[in-house]
Design a binder for this molecule. Structure first.
Ligand code: HEM
Ligand code: HEM
Length: 227
């Protein structure tokens, strides 16, 4: 059984993500998961075993705060260091249109293994555009509410009270998205090549053309500006 498609270095490949995008993506993945498991240890009174992994509830609280600061730094490095990429990402999300809606409508069938003909997609397909809107928004809410909970004395009491449910709801939303996203970006048949894009930076050229035709044509194909 094969989990992720084999990396093929001997076929034509095209760049998908630069080094900083990949470094920060895996950086926020590790820190997000650390925040999640330590946060769950704090959230679920019954999860003594989970807290024990981090040296008890105090240890879990400490690791949560260290991972939280690391995650904030990684996000800031991504946005400042990769500003042009971030702008291009936002522009791509704003191109959300008919082809993305059709993609989202057909995706459940593709997910269940039916053969479907998906219309040409830009750099991020309809589902990835949805993920690009929902997950980072939930993470921003986690960061803001997290610091408010951390230093409550400098914020109005009402805001501190609100920060707790906001932190919890954002945690649930982000975790559901990350579960789906992590699977689709690795083990899901057909989309697994995207893992290599995020790991090594390149994807197979034929895969790029098949899965992201509009992006491929505009970046490497007929419609590339040659920049
Ligand atoms: C910059 C990011 C973050 C900061 C500053 C932060 C900060 C905090 C603080 C101060 C607490 C209270 C800890 C305590 O009572 O000892 C907390 C609790 C918690 N955090 Fe975070 N956190 C962040 C990110 C995250 C992330 C990414 C997740 C999960 C994906 C998460 C999940 C939780 C959960 C489940 C709790 C328990 C909440 C409760 O008791 O109602 N946090 N966080
Ligand atoms: C759990 C393990 C994870 C895996 C295997 C994974 C995999 C990937 C891959 C392969 C891509 C590139 C997809 C493409 O070609 O467009 C990607 C993009 C992305 N990842 Fe992750 N990721 C993981 C965790 C996370 C986490 C924890 C977050 C945020 C909290 C996140 C946020 C994003 C976002 C916003 C994008 C761009 C939009 C998209 O492609 O959906 N990822 N990820």
């Amino acid at each position: 059984m094969q989990w992720i498609p084999e990396y093929k270095g001997d076929v034509p490949r095209v760049e998908r993500f630069n080094f900083l995008s990949r470094f920060t993506h895996w950086g926020h993945t590790v820190t997000f998961l650390l925040c999640l498991f330590t946060g769950l240890a704090l959230f679920l009174d019954s999860a003594d075993w989970l807290a024990a992994i981090f040296g008890g509830f105090h240890g879990a609280g400490l690791v949560h705060r260290i991972a939280a600061v690391a995650m904030t730094i990684v996000v800031v490095i991504f946005v400042i260091g990769n500003f042009k990429v971030v702008i291009a990402w936002i522009k791509d999300i704003l191109r959300f249109g008919k082809n993305d809606i059709i993609f989202i409508m057909l995706f459940p069938l593709e997910f269940l293994g039916f053969k479907v003909k998906v219309p040409p997609q830009t750099k991020f397909n309809g589902g990835e555009k949805g993920n690009s809107m929902i997950t980072p928004t939930a993470v921003i809410f986690l960061i803001l509410s997290g610091y408010i909970m951390w230093v409550p004395s400098i914020f109005p009491a009402g805001l501190v009270r609100l920060a707790y449910p906001i932190h919890d709801i954002s945690m649930v939303l982000a975790t559901m998205m990350v579960c789906m996203h992590g699977y689709l970006g690795s083990f899901h048949p057909g989309s697994g090549e995207s893992f290599w894009g995020m790991w090594k930076g390149t994807v197979r050229e034929d895969w790029a053309e098949h899965h992201h035709k509009t992006w491929y044509d505009e970046t490497y194909g007929d419609k590339a500006s040659g920049e």
